[in-house]
Design a protein around this ligand. Structure first.
Ligand code: GLA
Length: 388
């Protein structure tokens, strides 16, 4: 399913809702992370790419000095006057763009009333960064509309601040970065400490990237996510009894092995081991992907999943069922969970010729074990945020 972002019915809907035509339209994608999970807040390497699912936003300034948030995907809506400060309001979707407004105000940017209509097809709470997509499309649209002059990287950082300070999730920068800087058929190797990045050719040859949405509701996922962030901070503190690290990912597996005894709690030690070994895996994965060695790339995907299951403990029965099924298929080179985990989506590298059977069989198998159906998408790697 690919959007036509300016499709007439969206325009028409905008006019119906706001009694004026939209003056500009924007699009930001969702993302998958190919490998490098729970690494960004530990200052290491990640390898995400933007996907063709995304969020459209149409805007027009209004003279009433009010922000009007509407979505074709959610019933909740908000009209709020332009004011000095905003606070999160319940758990509604409009908190994400509202948090972005707060960021612009915090930077003392003058902003006027704006009518906004959102429409998206990134499955929500599925680990494909629907929230980063909304944040980045809003920040990009405000920057263009008000001619605020922020760099794209600054918009990315604002999106992260929305998550951290407005929504209350201590997430890293990967999602917003991928959504903003993604390129068609490319992955991004991002160093989350320096924010230097490399565009990596993502030629999947005879394979396609399948996304399997477990549809597992991600209850408590935010608190468990924050718990993992804290465990990593504890590990860092203990390692720093002898080392001088800003982030766990500053050391490789060999150095970690020499100092692992400093970490007293076995669970915390497992968390740190995942992070450091996963970071090493990303280095190899980037190289083999660029060299077209997709079999090895697939093995690294499986290894990443095993580590997220056994050491980081963020997978769960649903994601594990998907990956176990994949392992039995000759047409699959590799698979793993993607995003925060605790439900959400897995990715699999599936031979083009076998894709239809794969999709059919995994739906059948998963449903027989879990009791409800997953969704399977044949994903395309798309562009980052843009005006349309
Ligand atoms: C979520 C967060 C990201 C990242 C991933 C795990 O998607 O938003 O910052 O930490 O989980 O890799």
């Amino acid at each position: 399913m690919i959007f036509d972002p300016m499709k007439p019915d969206l325009q028409q809907k905008f006019e119906e809702l706001f009694n004026q035509p939209a003056t500009a339209g924007f699009f930001a994608p969702g993302r998958v992370n190919l490998i490098g999970e729970h690494i960004d807040y530990n200052g290491g390497l990640v390898l995400p790419c933007a996907i063709t699912f995304g969020t459209n936003l149409l805007v027009a300034e209004n003279k009433e000095g009010v922000f009007r948030f509407r979505s074709l995907d959610f019933e909740d809506q908000l009209d709020i006057p332009v004011q000095e400060k905003y606070e999160k309001q319940g758990k509604e979707w409009f908190n994400y763009p509202l948090g972005v407004m707060q960021q612009f105000l915090g930077h003392k940017k003058s902003i006027k009333g704006l009518d906004m209509l959102f429409q998206g097809n990134v499955p929500v709470a599925s680990g494909l960064s629907s929230s980063a997509s909304v944040e980045v499309v809003t920040a990009f649209a405000l920057n263009e509309t008000y001619k605020s002059g922020f760099l794209k990287l600054e918009l990315v950082q604002m999106g992260k601040s929305v998550e951290n300070d407005f929504i209350g999730v201590n997430s890293g920068i990967m999602d917003q970065f991928a959504v903003a800087f993604g390129e068609k058929n490319k992955a991004i190797e991002l160093n989350c400490d320096t924010l230097k990045y490399k565009i990596v050719n993502c030629d999947l040859q005879d394979y396609v990237l399948a996304i399997i949405n477990t549809k597992k509701p991600r209850k408590l996922s935010e608190s468990k996510y924050n718990e993992r962030v804290e465990e990593c901070q504890t590990a860092l503190k203990e390692l720093n009894k002898e080392l001088h690290l800003d982030y766990l990912c500053e050391i490789d597996t060999e150095t970690f092995n020499k100092h692992a005894h400093l970490i007293s709690n076995e669970t915390v030690k497992k968390r740190a081991r995942h992070v450091i070994e996963e970071n090493d895996r990303v280095k190899e994965a980037t190289k083999v992907l660029a060299d077209g060695e997709l079999h090895r790339f697939g093995e690294l995907l499986y290894a990443s999943h095993a580590s997220l299951k056994n050491l980081y403990e963020v997978t769960g029965k649903e994601l594990d069922t998907v990956v176990e099924f994949c392992k039995e298929q000759k047409t699959v080179a590799g698979a793993r969970m993607t995003g925060a985990g605790f439900g959400g989506c897995a990715i699999a590298l599936v031979e083009k010729n076998g894709y239809d059977d794969f999709a059919k069989n995994i739906i059948q198998y998963y449903t027989s074990i879990i009791g409800y159906q997953p969704e399977v998408y044949n994903s395309l790697i798309g562009d980052g945020v843009k005006e349309v």
